[in-house]
Design a protein around this ligand. Sequence first.
Ligand code: TRP
Length: 441
Amino acid sequence: MGEQFSKIGFVLAVAGSAIGLGACWKVPYIIGENGGSAFIILYFAMTLILGIPILLAEISMGCFAKSDPVNAFKNLATKGGNLWKFSGFTMIGGPIILSFYTMLIAWIIKYALISFTALPTSIESSRAFFLNFVSSDIISQIIFFSIAFFWIFYILSKGVKDGIEKVNLWLMPTFFVMMLGILFYSMTMKGFLPAVKYMLIPDFSKITLHAFLSALGLAFFTLSLGIGAIITYASSMSEDSNPLVTSIFVAVMNIVVALIMGFIIFTFIFEFNAEPSQGTGLTFISLPTLFGNLGLIGKILSLVFFVGLAFTAVTSAISLVEAPIRYFMKQFGMSRKKAIFYNAAFVYILGILCIVSNLNGSHLRIFGQDLTTVFDSFASNIIMPLGGLLVALFIVFSADKERFHAFFRKFVSEKIFNIWFFLIKFVAPICIIIIFLSALL
Ligand code: TRP
């Protein structure tokens, strides 16, 4: 039996995994693209009716199986374990996401470091700076990538308790305090009120079918579902943890962080009359420009912002390869170090390929798309929904329902168990099949 998280350690580890670049970068820009508050309500609803039930399902599976996802599906199946175990291989999504996630952390480190030197002061120069960095500065990208990479795998090499738990215990609260500091500063700006209005007064005319699908995918991504990450963390959960409280706390914190990030980012956007719907460049192009226009205080805010972002990204990154690491250890009897080595090598190679694929004139493209886009859509639009669907179907068709019942009854009423089971049996599969098909079409 391996090491275990403490009670608070488990909650923070799941929160650390969930809250990351998804809540801090994807959610605000997707809110911007979908016209603000009505989308937030959708995202909130998806988290509640789909995210929390699947999160609870993954936690229970990990807690019963005490192993990696492949062996969890295999051993918990009442029949067909040898087929169900293939569901566990959705864990391949983790290292694939980690490759470009590490590249994003490399960019964040670069921006944290330039806070005190060369912040651009116009959107044009900021865009030129960013594009130049991404499309031709391969040397410093590889250096920063390697720093992020060693940071992540060093933490993992320390194991569950001294590595993952400890880092979450420090970095998550530090990130939160940093973010609150910037929020209080942005409250003093005149862009704050328009930002609050933009985020809180719903305009349902902006909601399209596509917005439903984005909200659903985002709820999955920001709760770390569908690739066995939570199953693996829950295998080290201590007996006295309460899965329902953990799930609700994590889902609520995730939304709180996304909202605070949204308030901060849109305050700066409205303060400087920038465009809310500018997509992925929001974090790396407009924010540095806005910081660049605020003098010394801007430099301090920039440093705090990017360091905070790096912290929260690292606590998510470490959860992306824990599942395959555990699988290698159990299946092939490897030491933790050796299992880490193979995963790390895979992530390093894919990550460098992502960087190379962004370079000017690079031929490293698939269907004309850069590798980051290809990896992200493969993991987020195919593997994650598939993984979530398989968890739901597994519980309905193969797992021992009585075992889940007995487990849930220790901490919830009969009624809540029935609601959960209904959501897993009908709502989750139907919703997921809809996003799945529409992402493929
Ligand atoms: N949830 C993280 C974020 O929002 C990303 C992430 C970490 C993730 N681990 C995961 C996504 C496991 C899916 C599965 O940035």
